[in-house]
Every structure is written in C-alpha cells, then in structure tokens.
Design a protein around this ligand. Structure first.
Ligand code: ADP
Ligand code: MG
Length: 242
C-alpha cells in the first residue's frame, strides 16, 4: 500500500516553544490512525502541519503526493485532497445545510448548482441527515451540525480526512452519532487521522494508535497497545483518562 501521509523528522516551534521535536509516522491508504496524548503534546499542530495550516521548520511531510514542506507547495491542490474537521463546526448560520455543503464545490470546483445539490444530498445521506438538507444549522443539534461539517468535507471528495477532537464539545449521546459516522467512513476505506479522547473508539476503529508526549511520538502500535502500554508515560496518560 502506498503511504497517503508520510512525516519524517518534523520540527515545529512557535517562538522559543518547541512543539514538534522530530515527529515521524506514515499513514497507508485506507488506514485509520488515532492520535492520542495530553493537552499541549502537539497533536493539533501535527494535524495542522499536514494540511499546511502551519509551516514546518524542518523535516518532510508528503501528503497524497504533495510535498507539503516544499515552499512551492500548491496549497489549493493539497486542500482538494485533504478534508479537515475541527471541534467547532463553523457552519454559516444564514445558509441552509445544503447551501453550506454546496459552497465549496460550486466556488472551488466550479461545479454547477444542480450537480452540487445532488452531491450535497448524497453526502448528507452518508452522515444520516438526508432529511435536513433545507434546514438551517440552528435547527440542528450539535451532533447533527458536526455531521453536516463532516458531510461538507466529504463533498470535496477528499483522499484523506483529518479530525481534530470533533466530539469534544458534544455530550455523550451526540458523541456516539458522530463516532458512528466516522466508523462508517473508516469501513468505507477512507484514509483518516483522528485526534481523539475516545479511547474505546480508538481501540475499536484505529488500525494504528500514536501516543504523543511532549512533541514526540512516544509510543505507536495497533489499538491493542492501549491495553498494554509499554511506557510509563502512556500508562499514566491512560490512567488519567479514566
Ligand atoms: P494539543 O493539540 O496536543 O493539545 P497543540 O498542538 O494545540 O497541542 O499545542 C502544542 C503547544 O503549542 C501548546 O503549548 C500550545 O499552547 C502551543 N501552540 C499551539 N499553537 C500555537 C500558536 N499558533 N502560537 C503559539 N503557540 C502555539
Ligand atoms: Mg489539540
């Protein structure tokens, strides 16, 4: 399997603060990678570097064939291949669900309105919200809004999806419905990297878990590693998480 994402010895600082201290990992096509670790360990920064929302100081990042570390990087081309969903879903309140989803395909991909509408309905069906196309975001629950945000990313037909703690703002019941959508995507073969606090989900769905600690990949392995930590730092993190 060719790697969809490859990080090699990535360093990133904000001023004097070293946030990524030589991070390396690969994601194969169709792989689901869960990134876990304490707050401040560099998880979000790593994701943002993958999508070129941050520029790295040294090392290499290759994503779907794009050399992200290259100053000549075509950011638009990269972002056509990579979808990213954050904790805050940031839907436009004055647009309907379908209009929110149609925005990028019509503006970025020059897709016609009728085709974009069909696509919106298709991706909404994927996240179980076909009947909400003409509702406004405020008429939906937080979990439903987050599923719309995922659908909006899917409408760009990405090769890779990045999820940064997308369920952290949701109560447990709504968390479940969002996790189910992500699990469906994983089963459908989507390559994805998710930063998550949902350890049970990571164990069940992830083909690989990466534990970050103080800006480094501290431990990595299959989901089963969560039941059998090899480092005291991971053991401690897992015990704090209970
Ligand atoms: P995590 O997602 O694991 O909680 P982050 O990657 O968000 O960690 O942050 C790692 C460290 O980098 C934190 O100390 C955070 O305050 C710092 N940091 C993140 N983004 C910036 C920024 N844009 N400017 C300065 N410091 C930042
Ligand atoms: Mg974070």
């Amino acid at each position: 399997m060719p790697a969809v994402v490859s990080l090699s010895n990535v360093h990133k600082s904000f001023g004097a603060l070293q946030v990524l201290k030589g991070v390396s990992f690969d994601v194969a096509a169709g792989e689901v990678v869960a990134v876990i670790g304490a707050s401040g360990s560099g998880k979000s920064t790593a994701l943002r570097c993958i999508n070129a929302l941050e520029t790295i100081d040294s090392g290499e990042i290759v994503v779907c064939g794009h050399k992200v570390h290259d100053p000549e990087l075509d950011r638009r081309a990269l972002r056509r291949d990579v979808g990213i969903v954050f904790q805050s879903y940031n839907l436009f309140p004055h647009l309907t669900v379908a209009q929110n989803i149609m925005l990028a395909p019509t503006c970025v991909k020059d897709m016609g309105k009728a085709e974009a509408r069909r696509l919106a309905e298709e991706v909404l069906a994927k996240v179980g919200l076909a009947e909400k196309a003409d509702n406004y975001p405020e008429q939906l629950s937080g979990g439903q809004q987050q599923r719309v945000a995922i659908a909006r990313s899917l409408a760009m037909q990405p090769k890779l999806m990045l999820f940064d703690e997308v369920t952290s703002a949701l109560d447990p019941q709504l968390t479940g419905e969002v996790l189910r959508v992500m699990e469906d995507l994983a089963r459908g073969g989507m390559s994805m990297i998710l930063v998550t606090h949902e350890m049970a989900f990571a164990r069940k769905v992830a083909s690989k878990v990466i534990f970050m600690h103080q800006g480094k990949v501290w431990e990595t392995g299959p989901g089963a590693m969560l039941a059998n930590p090899q480092t005291k730092e991971l053991a401690e993190f897992l015990s704090n998480d209970l």
